[in-house]
Design a protein around this ligand. Structure first.
Ligand SMILES: Nc1nc2c(c(=O)[nH]1)N[C@H]1C(S)=C(S)[C@@H](COP(=O)(O)OP(=O)(O)OC[C@H]3O[C@@H](n4cnc5c(N)ncnc54)[C@H](O)[C@@H]3O)O[C@H]1N2
Ligand code: MOO
Length: 403
């Protein structure tokens, strides 16, 4: 039986290859970039005015001039005007290009405007202090044309989309998303709209898995198969043809109808491990055939989700080449005892107390108690070979909601 660390290593050491495709930039949120995004122009591309006010030649003010004749108005999006003679100003708007000859912009709050008898408009500066080039964002100050703005393999978020469209990219090269199938098994399971017999339940795992994957940007396709070995074999054969990643739930333990491992053998899927020294989720199965993998997650709903968040999501991150955030840690909120020689994934409610994450145990009633997860936002990974876990000690966190 593999330890949690060994199982993690085996999984991450068996990536499948995903191709590169082109995707419209506006739909690229969450995808992995497979090219560099370079600046097509300087950032900003021209000396950009940053306040609504008047543009003047700073030297005029420095020589003692505070009252300026307004000779024009320059709005954002129009070609630059010019300050060609001494002691004149242009009214100017945020986003406009610096007019030729202008070397300071004084905000309207520091200017008094007046109309003279002759119909001319004057602006008097009330500010005590001006500086050269104030309120002008200098061309190329942020980035230079040709600079790499976003390196390849970055996960695309709103900031990357803003930069990509700014440099004129309507499309981006991204990693193809894997095709994912979720297959639940079990005669005791009926669908949501059905009324279960007294010995049946409604199935929930496939819906929980597909919702969690949708949150991660992946639209999985769902199947449910009865405990019929021939049918499972037939269906998984065709699912293997069509999909890159198959996630099964149930049918991997030691029961007479737990057919997943047997069927995998018949389909020549290489077993990389079966069973992990952990609770919940011990009976997990993992294997690979060609460029496809199967995660056989145990059926108990909490075990299924531990498998998804601990193993499947990091695997997706790896094959998609995503930039991932480092492992997060939290302090255990109260003493906890677990005396089996297994890694324990404790359901916890994590709160942020004065900048520190504290994980309060919400143990529930075992791996079938999925209603318990309504009160939780993460699993805390308590290492094997330890029995007493003390309040205040720090452990890795596997969040399944935003914390
Ligand atoms: N003799 C042994 N029995 C069991 C062992 C063991 O080591 N020796 N392991 C136990 C552990 S731990 C787990 S976890 C379960 C996992 O077994 P399976 O993966 O074969 O899962 P099933 O038997 O099919 O189902 C277990 C449980 O979960 C419910 N379930 C299954 N699928 C769904 C679904 N889609 N939605 C909601 N609930 C689901 C199912 O009805 C069962 O109650 O095995 C233990 N037994
Ligand atoms: O691993 Mo099972 O998930 O403990 O119930």
């Amino acid at each position: 039986m593999k330890s949690v660390d060994e199982a993690t290593r085996v999984i991450l050491d068996h990536p499948i290859d995903l191709e590169v495709e082109t995707c419209s930039t506006s739909k690229a949120l969450g995808r992995t970039l497979r090219e560099e995004i370079k600046a097509d122009r300087d950032f900003p591309p021209f000396d950009r005015v940053t306040m609504d006010g008047i543009a003047i030649n700073y030297e005029d003010w420095k020589k003692g001039q505070t009252k300026f004749l307004v000779t024009g108005v320059q709005t954002a999006g129009s070609p630059p005007l010019e300050i060609a003679v001494a002691n004149v100003a242009l009214e100017i708007m945020t986003g406009a290009m610096r007019p030729e000859g202008a070397s300071a912009v004084v905000p309207v709050e520091e200017v008094v405007f007046e109309e003279a008898q002759d119909g001319q408009r004057y602006a008097t500066i009330t500010a005590e202090v001006l500086t050269l080039n104030q309120n002008i964002h200098q061309q190329g100050k942020d980035r230079k044309a040709g600079d790499v703005l976003v390196p390849a393999n970055t996960t695309i978020d709103h900031a990357e989309i803003a930069v990509a469209v700014t440099v004129g990219k309507t499309e981006l090269k991204v990693t193809c998303q894997p095709k994912v199938a979720i297959v639940s098994t079990g005669n005791e399971l009926v669908d949501t709209h059905e009324t279960p017999a007294p010995y049946q339940i409604r199935r929930s795992n496939s819906y929980a898995l597909s919702a969690a994957l949708a949150n991660r940007g992946i639209q999985a396709q769902l199947w449910h198969l009865p405990d019929d070995q021939t049918l499972i074999e037939e269906q998984l054969t065709s699912i293997f043809h069509e999909f890159d990643i198959i996630i099964t739930s149930g049918g991997v333990s030691k029961g007479k109808k737990d057919y997943v491992p047997t069927v995998m053998k018949q389909l020549n899927v290489e077993k990389l491990f079966h069973r992990v020294k952990q609770r919940p989720g011990k009976p997990m199965w993992f294997g690979k055939k060609g460029n496809k993998v199967l995660f056989g997650l145990p059926g108990n709903p909490v075990s299924t989700l531990v498998g998804l968040f601990k193993y499947v999501i990091p695997y997706l991150d790896k094959i998609e080449g995503r930039t991932t955030s480092p492992v997060r840690y939290a302090k255990l909120g109260q003493d906890f005892k677990f005396d089996r020689n297994l890694t324990y994934f404790l359901s916890v409610n994590v709160i942020n107390k004065e900048g520190e994450l504290w994980a309060n145990p919400v143990p529930g009633h075992g791996s079938g108690d999925f209603a318990n997860l309504l009160e939780c936002n993460a699993f805390l990974e308590l290492s094997e070979n330890q029995q007493n876990f003390l309040a205040g000690s720090v452990y890795p966190l596997i969040p399944f909601r935003n914390i």
